[in-house]
Design a protein around this ligand. Sequence first.
Ligand SMILES: [Zn+2]
Length: 322
Amino acid sequence: MGTDGATMWRPVLQWLEMSGDIKMRRAIGSHGTVHGVDGLQQRHDAAQTLPALFCDSAGCAAPLIFVPARPRPKTDPAYPAPMPGYFALDKGAAHVTGCRYNVAGHLAEVLDAAAASDPAFVQRLEDGRHELRLLALHQGLKRGGGALPEQQMRLLSTLLVLRAMCGNDALLADRVVLRLGKKKLAWDAFFHDPARYDEAWARLDAASNEVPMALLGTVRSHRSPPPGTGAGATYLNCAPKYQKTGVMDRREFYEVSVGHDDAAWLQRFPVGAEIVMFGLWRQGNSHTSTRPHPTDPRRSITNVTHKLALRPGSPGQLAVVA
Ligand SMILES: [Zn+2]
């Protein structure tokens, strides 16, 4: 198959699997205490001794290390913010077979099971990859309502969570081909993390809202209509992407929100949760506001806010990563 994607990625993947490059957000200490990234970062910053840390997946307990947050790499302008801290496997350690962080193992398992139970949706290709046929899901999304094939939705949502856990497209792009009718969908056109909200927004601008996409986000707020005003949608808003424009005093924001009439359902994704959102996205109206510069009366600051909006028809379109 020459130098196509699968071959090109192989050395990267071998390294990924060997190093267990899954960035974990939680760990447990030797006394069973659960440690999050923020608490460990504070202890790290205060130069305190860190506890021994272990994988929090049931029955695993692989030894972990804490990798503290780093400033944005100067060579990588695509990173919008400092790189957050995370937990990684200690040198030589490995997750047990059934561990939730054994993403490559879990991925192979769910793909094999799906190919056996629903070959119209998942087909094993001759080169060992699996093809995911998204056309029926896509048509269900266009019809709206509860018309989505539920089992397919569940598998897709599992894959999206695994992709989110990986931190990049390498593993999924190596194992899963996305097909929408006659067209193939590249993973980087399908899945967008917050650093690439602007690209997701531009895709909607360039094409149409017919393209299914998955966005990763962190829940920042829920906004319900004021009581007494009758029915209306509640909005779940994610932390936006902020982007410098290269133009002085002009800043751009990319905001992601999910609207639904069932406020209780959206509330099940609490503030701070990392979630994947899948469906037919559309652009909301962009909004420009100007205010005086805080210290220089000759200048004013312009904020441009771009919106990405989703109105899911099925509960499977949102899933929690961590
Ligand atoms: Zn583990």
